[in-house]
Ligand binder design. Structure first.
Ligand code: ATP
Length: 229
């Protein structure tokens, strides 16, 4: 579904992601882990096209998108939930969700969005800024899903979310993947969350993927050590 090869991402002259590659199958979740500053956000921004690729291939369902701007990548089935959620606090929940539809020529929120996120239906007239952190994260994900993506990219979705809510978020994300048949790439620092959602866990170090573990044979202690060194 998503196939990345030899991808390089840079800020101007400063190359941060150094020619890495991986593939994600339908209904598969990959967690990108790594300590602060190892390049997770840069990689995700390179995938969605917010940072120019310095070379390499990003293909969705066989279609090359590496040379396209973000909105065209979205049309080909990529969706992106940024770090910090970036919802509009003065717009209502429904208006926030509709901002995801802008390039799509329709204002109608697909029915399944409110089925997946009943709390957003209840609160659809409320201002985004009045929602809890966990509800805002649901809103950011709902906004990304209205374009019916094939691949959902999430950058540190647990950041600023209460530990008690993180389990619920993992359940919600697994439900979204199953219902919509998505592939998910999620950058994450919280190991328990990654273990709850991921089929495969990638470790990033200085802009490279240095380790891959299948969920089924993860050695938790070893991963935790890797993250804390
Ligand atoms: N705007 C920028 N210009 C130049 N270098 C940057 C810029 N933003 C980030 N970097 C550098 O890119 C590297 C990777 O940063 P990135 O934010 O991708 O890491 P990360 O793994 O997502 O970390 P975090 O968990 O803190 O978000 C760091 O060395 C950082 O200093």
């Amino acid at each position: 579904m998503l196939n990345v090869q030899n991808l390089t991402v840079a800020y101007g002259q400063s190359e941060v992601v150094h020619g890495l590659g991986f593939a994600v199958q339908p209904k598969q979740t990959v967690a990108l882990m790594g300590r602060n500053g190892m390049g997770k956000t840069t990689l995700i921004k390179g995938l969605i096209g917010l940072l120019p690729g310095g070379g390499g291939s990003v293909a969705i369902d066989g279609t090359e998108v590496a040379n396209l701007p973000p909105h065209r990548r979205v049309k080909h089935g990529l969706a992106y939930v940024p770090q910090g959620r970036q919802i509009f606090s003065t717009l209502s929940v429904e208006e926030n969700i509709r901002t995801g539809l802008e390039a799509h020529g329709t204002r109608k929120v697909p029915k399944e969005i409110y089925e997946i996120f009943p709390v957003l239906k209840e609160m659809r007239k409320r201002k985004g800024g009045n929602l809890s952190g966990g509800q805002q994260q649901q809103l950011a994900i709902a906004r990304a899903l209205v374009t019916r993506p094939k691949v959902l990219l999430l950058d540190e979705p647990t950041e600023g979310i209460q530990p008690s809510i993180i389990k619920d978020m993992a359940r919600m994300l697994n439900d979204v993947k199953e219902r919509l048949g998505l592939s998910i790439v999620v950058s994450e620092q919280v190991l328990s969350f990654a273990l709850d959602v991921a089929d495969r866990i990638f470790m990033m170090e200085s802009g490279r993927l240095v380790r891959e573990d299948a969920r089924a044979d993860v050695d938790e202690a070893s991963l935790a050590r890797h993250l804390s060194v």
